[in-house]
Design a binder for this molecule. Structure first.
Ligand SMILES: Cc1cc2nc3c(=O)[nH]c(=O)nc-3n(C[C@H](O)[C@H](O)[C@H](O)COP(=O)(O)O)c2cc1C
Length: 327
């Protein structure tokens, strides 16, 4: 018999499955910085301070993005089980780690769009490999933009004319990070790991080793173990790059942006698109501010996404649902 604790009127199997789905969200270096407290009428989503990456993400902004992504997966899994999730901000009386409280707003059927997004949860993965040169059709681009809007986010697709300037910013941010010993230590600790690892990024999920001609994809996730680039298999010359932005820049906005990011990534998966994240520019404060100005100054850049048609890439492992629970 399944002894997993239950919540919101679900069975033990359903509750465990919903937490497993939440845990499939993307996170910086696959740190999985979330925890869940289950009670009869509420599921609390918590940040896990033990899983911070202080050199890369000193303000925990990306940590909250990841928790927002986990929250979106949780909402989709609850809808799949027939529960209409109602998400509240944390009550002022609770511990500071709570980011959201999810309650049941009654029973309701899942829409076809929600079902497709739910089904994409286990298929979605970060694809760090070169994509084909084939352009992404405008209907699919529109679907990505709408997905962000549905979650109060704004997805700015970078036009060709902005790509050169953006590439220069990526290179600059990358240099700043690589000169920082603490950043390098975090990166080396959590990437290029063995297949057995349940957290961190396994070398098998890396792209090819960076080469001098690469303009955008410059981080080596393989610890130097990736095979040499096959001739003609360079990264696409004109990638579809997009900046996900939030309207404001606070803790709750990061959680909202994480939900928007995850809806965009799952929508990409539903449309047969691969995606990866290129975070240097939004992690280095100077380039994040520069990007904000480049985009008009009114929105706050939260994540940089790259979309295209990629070859299969292996799944990155996760911790078990029981390891994600708070007493
Ligand atoms: C906020 C955030 C920033 C990320 N930044 C990068 C990045 O700069 N480069 C990269 O290759 N992956 C990046 N990732 C992807 C994670 O490494 C990935 O989600 C994690 O390893 C789990 O793998 P999966 O997405 O395939 O499930 C980022 C993910 C999040 C949520």
């Amino acid at each position: 018999m399944n002894s997993f604790p239950t919540a919101l009127g679900l069975s033990a199997e359903q509750t465990e499955h919903a937490i497993r789905c939440a845990g499939r969200a993307p996170s910086l270096h696959n740190r999985q910085p979330w925890r869940f407290r289950l009670a009869e009428h509420v599921i609390e989503v918590h940040a896990d301070p033990q899983r911070r990456l202080p050199a890369t993400d000193p303000d925990d902004r990306e940590l909250r993005l990841a928790c927002g992504a986990a929250l979106l997966n949780l909402r989709l899994a609850l809808q799949h089980a027939g529960v209409r999730p109602v998400v509240d901000p944390p009550s002022r009386m609770g511990p500071p780690t709570v980011l959201a409280e999810v309650r049941s707003g009654g029973w309701s059927a899942q829409t076809p769009v929600e079902r497709a997004l739910y089904e994409a949860i286990p298929r979605r993965r970060t694809n760090r490999r070169p994509f084909q040169e084939t352009p992404v059709p405008s209907g699919d681009r529109h679907a990505l933009v709408s997905a962000a809007q549905r979650e109060q986010g704004w997805l700015h697709l970078l036009p060709r004319s902005e790509l050169d300037r953006f590439a220069e910013m990526v290179q600059r941010a990358h240099r700043v990070q690589m000169e920082d010993e603490r950043f390098r230590a975090e990166f080396e600790r959590w990437t290029g790991r063995s297949r057995e690892t349940r957290e961190g990024v396994p070398a098998a999920a890396s792209g090819p080793q960076p080469e001098p001609q690469d303009l955008w994809v410059v981080r080596d996730f393989s610890s130097g173990t990736a095979s040499e680039r096959v001739a003609g298999k360079d990264f696409e010359r004109e990638p579809l790059l997009a900046v996900l932005c939030s309207q404001h820049d606070g803790r709750a906005d990061d959680v909202l942006a994480g939900q928007a990011m995850q809806r965009v990534l799952l929508t990409a998966c539903v449309h047969g698109l691969s995606a990866s994240l290129l975070s240097q520019v939004v992690e280095v404060p100077e380039t994040r501010e520069e990007l904000r100005s480049l985009l008009g100054g009114s929105q706050h850049p939260q994540a940089v996404l790259r979309f295209g048609y990629g070859s299969p890439t292996p799944e990155t492992p996760r911790r078990e649902p029981t390891d994600l629970l708070l007493d």
